[in-house]
Design a protein. Structure first.
Length: 131
């Protein structure tokens, strides 16, 4: 088994945005109190970040598919859904990111340098945002 990899193919999937909620506020003496649905949360991003602790791309070679967290759905009483967590992947200094057809996307040099490989989806709108 190899202990070092200087090339790897990564398939990154950003998180989906959460669904909005269509809801009508109801109270005892207000049967149709108006809209009160919440928005869905945004999906998480997949971010490549240069880290001093990363020395090889072997982890991407063994697990090529990485997914960020999805946003949660909104609910009644104007409650928006939680945003999905971002997935930060450590890469070694000097990593070159290319698309599937060989186009240069990023050259990551220097600790802390970041590149958003996949941007998360927007959350859906609830009916409170439409009012």
């Amino acid at each position: 088994m190899a202990e070092f990899a200087d090339q790897a193919t990564l398939r990154a999937e950003a998180g989906d945005g959460g669904n909005g909620c269509a809801s009508i506020h109801r109270e005892k003496f207000k049967p149709l109190g108006g809209p009160d649905g919440g928005n869905g949360g945004h999906g998480g991003d997949v971010i490549l970040e240069v880290s001093r602790g990363a020395t090889t791309l072997l982890d991407f070679h063994r697990r090529p598919l990485r997914r960020a967290g999805s946003g949660k759905q909104g609910s009644g009483s104007n409650r928006s859904g939680a945003a999905g967590p971002d997935l930060v992947l450590p890469v070694p200094d000097g990593t070159v990111v290319k698309s599937g057809d060989g186009e240069l996307l990023a050259d990551l040099v220097g600790e802390g340098t970041r590149f958003v490989a996949a941007r998360g989806g927007r959350g859906g709108l609830g009916n409170a945002a439409l009012a």
